[in-house]
Design a protein. Structure first.
Length: 318
């Protein structure tokens, strides 16, 4: 009788060990699966769709020089070394996104006359940028009640030729906190001027972006977004009479700003931002757009010409 009980106990013990061993193996498999899933999720945070992005440079070191090796174009500026930047190539523009400010360092595009005849309607919504890491995907709600407009760098009116270009134009990575008086005033007037120049000269190269003083305030509900102190815009074209360029710097304030007061030479924007614009051309061309045309523009301004018509025309038709 005792022998039977002993055998029974041994059998139960062995079976228990087998069950526990199987359970242990299964638990280990589940843990491994979870680790793989988490690993994949973390990897996907930095995985960007090929059709929407250029190669992304996470390392800020020497990023400016590396960026320009990957994406070509006269409109692409050369930024200072160690500029924090994620370079994203869109259908109609290129953006250098800064994860410290959660907005662009600059946005650049080439606007042609045939793109002006598009019929795509303006988007009614803003979108988070799917090509950015989750923690930097600014959303439209970040601007709610902040007192600033969602100011486009590359404007929607330049994107009517393509539905994809229009949607990408409303990515929050193309947006900066902009005072309404500026957004609907001088900034918009320059945007309209660029379209007139594209129609007249067939092609213009444009680059613009925010300027920070170092004491900038911030907005945002889910993300911290730095508020620019000013904005710059540089425009270049090559007409029948040679290379021509013009630049603007607007303060991000509620004060109404006259375009005459915002006009500067490209060289001044370079000194303030540390960037090199239209650097693909030779140095003689650089001197022309930075100095010669700036001097002619200043003479035009001193003569009291009207900004909307005569000043721009005299500058591009010296």
């Amino acid at each position: 009788m005792l022998r039977k009980k002993f055998v029974y106990i041994v059998i139960v013990f062995v079976c228990s060990i087998i069950v526990l061993a199987d359970k242990y193996k299964e638990d280990n498999k589940n843990i491994t699966r979870k680790e793989v899933v988490v690993s994949n999720r973390n990897t996907n945070l930095n995985t960007f769709p090929e059709q929407q992005s250029a190669k992304i440079k996470e390392n800020a070191e020497d990023v400016a020089n590396e960026e320009n090796e990957n994406i070509k174009g006269l409109e692409i500026p050369l930024a200072p070394k160690n500029t924090q930047s994620l370079l994203l190539k869109r259908k109609a523009y290129t953006v250098s996104f800064n994860k410290m400010t959660n907005q662009p360092n600059w946005v650049a595009w080439c606007l042609t006359d045939d793109e002006l005849s598009g019929k795509v309607s303006r988007s009614k919504d803003f979108y988070e940028d799917p090509d950015l890491p989750l923690m930097h995907r600014v959303v439209s709600e970040d601007y709610k009640g902040c007192g600033y407009d969602r100011g486009h760098m590359a404007p929607a009116a330049d994107m009517k030729f393509s539905a994809r270009a229009m949607r990408e134009c409303f990515y929050m990575s193309n947006i900066c906190p902009q005072n309404h008086e500026l957004n609907a005033g001088g900034w918009e007037k320059v945007e309209r001027a660029c379209r007139r120049w594209a129609e007249k000269y067939k092609k213009v190269y444009i680059v613009c972006g925010p300027i920070f003083s170092g004491k900038s305030k911030s907005i945002g509900r889910e993300h911290i977004i730095m508020v620019p102190d000013s904005f710059f815009k540089c425009i270049y074209t090559k007409g029948k009479k040679g290379h021509q360029a013009i630049a603007f710097i607007f303060k991000n304030t509620s004060t109404k700003q006259n375009i005459n007061e915002a006009v500067v030479c490209v060289d001044k924007v370079e000194k303030i931002t540390g960037m090199d614009f239209f650097f693909g051309e030779n140095m003689m061309f650089q001197e022309k757009i930075h100095v010669l045309f700036c001097d002619k523009l200043r003479k035009s301004l001193r003569c009291g010409f009207q900004v909307e018509e005569t000043t721009f025309r005299s500058f591009f038709d010296p």
